[in-house]
Design a protein around this ligand. Structure first.
Ligand code: NAI
Ligand code: MG
Length: 368
């Protein structure tokens, strides 16, 4: 059987720096776990613009649709700020999301014990936290028509439309229920059914999908404003949260910060199934290209490494190996490995991007 295929798009700024550490880890799995991938590297964002005059070459787009998973670093940087909107680095990422039809955005919020003091919340509220927010990514108020700024009488009016079809709600709900079955079997759906018709439909459809197809999964409903309060009051009550594009944008950023640094946060975006039944998938750290620290060996590679762990779990059915990698990250942190973004008030000596890679590889070796 052919090896699973992986397209790596390091991108700009710290993207290539953090991806270099992921590549070492991928090689480790090939050598030590007999888990080899067919890896291709290509350009995206400013790097692709510099070479091709476009932030995503058509050939790269075509490969992204064919491979089992895409792993992306980050795009953008001051060098490209004055480019025309149509060729800005971000357009490369948006094109991938659009053409791969990545409607389900998975954002975990997980607290590593060694970093529990970093949280803005009390340690016992976040210690052991492990929740997943599933955000609908391709519809809702960011896309609905009509939209625009219009003249109305003698003033202007700005309009955006929250719009969801039943099938759009169904597919993201299924994605959340499938995920819940691999985790704590519990989903909380968040909307504003009290004041929005799209929320009424959201509540009705998520309940219908659960009753018909996932009776084994526990489903509850919560108004999104209450959800925001509950997330900072008692986040451990949740397992999987499913919500729309707008609420998901806000709630996932909020949940992410419960656990500390931007340099720690992975994400996955899943789309329609490929020929083999697996969803098209893009994995990427939540952070951007961090031009302020690029080229200095200061970037924390963990967000990108944990994104690869998500790929192992959700695209390659390697849940045990994903857990092995997550435990190695946890172990490296417990051993005191800290890039500058993870330095607490107690101080100490920070390590480089590559040294963090070394620490995680060492912990992987120790796991055998
Ligand atoms: P950013 O996420 O790049 O950086 C925000 C702050 O967090 C900076 O101080 C940075 O040094 C720090 N940081 C980020 N990742 C880190 C890591 N792995 N280790 C240690 N520190 C880290 O966001 P910013 O500064 O708003 O945007 C910079 C560029 O990145 C812009 O061109 C923006 O458009 C682009 N961007 C790209 C994204 C993507 O590719 N998905 C997402 C967000 C921004
Ligand atoms: Mg956001």
């Amino acid at each position: 059987m052919a090896n699973p295929s992986l397209l790596i798009l390091p991108g700009d700024g710290i993207g290539p720096e953090v991806m270099a550490q992921v590549t070492r880890i991928i090689d480790w799995f090939g050598e030590k776990r007999d888990l080899a991938f067919d890896v291709e590297h290509d350009l995206v964002g400013g790097a692709a613009y510099d070479k091709h005059g476009t932030p995503l070459h058509d050939d790269t787009m075509a490969r992204a649709l064919e491979v089992d998973a895409v792993l992306l670093g980050a795009v953008g940087g001051p060098k490209y700020d004055d480019l025309d909107f149509s060729v800005k680095p971000e357009r490369g990422l948006l094109r991938l999301r659009k053409e791969m039809d990545l409607f389900s955005n998975l954002r975990p919020a997980q607290c590593f014990d060694a970093l529990a003091d970093f949280s803005s919340l009390k340690k016992d509220i976040v210690a052991g936290l492990d929740i997943m927010i599933v955000r609908e990514l391709t519809s809702g108020v960011y896309f609905g028509e009509p939209r625009g700024i219009f003249e109305e009488g003698n003033e202007r009016v700005g309009i955006n439309t929250q719009r969801y079809t039943e099938s759009e709600i169904e597919r993201v709900a299924r994605s959340a229920f499938e995920l819940a079955r691999r985790r704590g079997n519990k989903v909380c759906s968040m909307e504003k059914a009290n004041v929005m018709e799209s929320g009424i439909l959201w509540r009705e459809v998520t309940q219908r999908v659960r009753d018909a197809e996932y009776p084994d999964v526990e489903l509850s409903h919560m108004y999104a404003d209450n959800g925001a309060m509950q997330l900072v009051r008692a986040p451990k009550q949740f397992d999987v949260i499913v919500t729309d594009n707008l609420f998901g944008d806000i709630l996932s950023d909020c949940a992410a910060m419960l656990t500390g640094s931007l340099g720690m946060l992975p994400s996955a975006s899943l789309g329609a199934p490929n020929a083999d039944g697996r969803p098209k998938a893009l994995y990427e750290p939540v952070h951007g290209s961090a031009p302020d620290i690029a080229g200095q060996g200061k970037a924390n590679p963990i967000a990108c490494i944990l994104s690869f762990a998500m790929a192992l779990r959700y695209s390659f059915d390697q849940g045990e190996e994903a857990a092995r990698l997550e435990k190695a990250v946890e172990q490296a942190l417990a051993d005191g490995a800290r890039t500058p973004d993870l330095m607490g008030p107690e101080g100490g000596t920070p390590i480089t991007t590559e040294e963090m890679g070394n620490a995680i590889l060492k912990a992987l070796d120790a796991s055998l």
